[in-house]
Ligand binder design. Structure first.
Ligand code: ADP
Ligand code: MG
Length: 371
């Protein structure tokens, strides 16, 4: 009677479902028990830059022009072509051009290279817009092009190059500040045992270095194509389970390659949310810390329930074998053990991540839960 595996069958799913629901209250959607377990074991974190560690709504600070084309025309060509892209930088460029009252022609023959740039035709001109390396690889550089020297350009700038008819004609210098609380989040993750934190970006190394100055990252990998992001994830997996956080279409393959892929769901690309194991439903990267804490506490509670339940059952079996329990007493004891184990597993509903302040709404909401 007391020798049933009920604690195992009941406690684990109850704890896991409770943990998933608790994480969802913090805006962290975990797609099942497997990802939750993997999240509890993460050792290395890889963060994308634009839209993940930074706000992802860059503003145009200045336009550097190298040729005869006026600044406003550089913006107009870039924005016209970028209407074809969902990249956050592209959307910011289009919005800036429209805010200036520019009328944007519809581009033709468009080919987008996700995370790198766009090639196409605008009013009969060949236009290329995208990362400086991407454009320079197609048209080369000119002597007076500012792309080679970033010293005069403000810290944390995103640089977008524009080429018209095969010549590098200018750069849009955009500012994309770090998200609020990014530094605190990284410090919190370190305290919670994430030993290695890396930045992976398609942007230029100088830009990445400037943005991450003072964050104490273990490494910055810049100028990465989507494939190279995948290779980085795979090589880091040799050192232990890896979590990759990203927002763009170009991050989707890397998210799929990681032990746990986390997508910025609120503003990020649908493809990345689809490829991810975890989706942040609020536009806040600092929910990763609470998510990991909840995953770990849930796993601990599940194991504890199993151990305690099985331990008590074994004691019951010994007592019964020695003749101290009748079958009816044994059945009743088993029920008591099951209920105790389930109640313990339900504690996962009330996990309080330390990474968020006690005044956080999700913390307050939990105050009403039964004990
Ligand atoms: P991250 O990996 O940091 O999220 P991305 O790889 O998405 O950054 O983009 C890197 C850089 O490529 C951007 O900072 C921008 O300079 C450029 N870029 C990519 N796509 C576009 C686009 N459609 N229009 C303009 N610039 C782009
Ligand atoms: Mg990005």
């Amino acid at each position: 009677m007391v020798a049933t595996p009920c604690p195992l069958i009941l406690a684990v799913p109850v704890a896991l479902v409770a943990g998933l629901s608790r994480a969802a209250q913090f805006g962290v959607l975990i797609k099942g028990a497997g990802p939750l377990e993997a999240m509890a074991r993460i050792r290395t974190l890889i963060l994308d830059k634009t839209g993940t560690l930074t706000d992802g709504r860059p503003r145009i600070v200045s336009i550097e022009h190298a040729g005869d084309l006026a600044k406003v025309d550089i913006l107009r060509f870039a924005a016209a072509l970028d209407q074809a892209s969902k990249h956050p930088v592209a959307q910011a460029i289009v919005a800036a051009a429209k805010a200036q009252g520019l009328v944007l022609p519809v581009p033709t023959d468009v080919a987008e290279f996700p995370g790198e740039g766009v090639v196409g035709q605008v009013e009969g001109h060949d236009v290329i817009v995208g990362g400086d390396g991407f454009v320079a690889a197609r048209v080369g550089r000119r002597g007076d092009d500012p792309g080679g020297d970033l010293s005069g350009i403000a810290a944390g700038s995103v640089l977008v190059a524009v080429a018209v008819d095969g010549r590098m004609t200018g750069h849009l210098v955009m500012s994309d500040p770090l998200r609020d609380g990014a530094a605190d989040m990284l410090a919190g993750l370190r305290r919670n045992g994430i030993g290695r934190i890396l930045l992976a970006t398609g942007d230029r190394a100088e830009v990445a270095q400037q943005v991450t100055k003072g964050l104490g990252l273990d490494g910055v990998r810049a100028g990465l194509t989507p494939d190279q992001k995948v290779l980085l994830v795979l090589s880091e997996r040799k050192n232990g389970p890896v979590m990759m956080v990203g927002d763009g279409v170009n991050d989707a393959p890397a998210l799929a390659a990681a032990d746990v892929g986390v997508a910025m769901g609120a503003r990020g690309a649908a493809a990345s949310a689809e490829a991810a194991d975890v989706v942040l439903l609020v536009d806040r990267v600092d929910r990763i810390g609470p998510g990991i804490e909840i995953a770990r506490a849930t796993r601990r509670i599940a194991l504890q329930s199993v151990m305690a339940g099985i331990g008590l059952s074994v004691l019951g079996m010994i007592a019964a074998a020695l003749g101290h329990l009748t079958p009816v007493q044994g059945a009743l004891l088993q029920e008591v053990i099951d209920i105790a184990v389930i109640l313990n597993a339900l504690r996962a509903l009330r996990i309080r991540p330390t990474a968020l302040g006690a005044d956080h709404p999700a913390q307050a909401r939990s105050a009403g839960f039964p004990a």
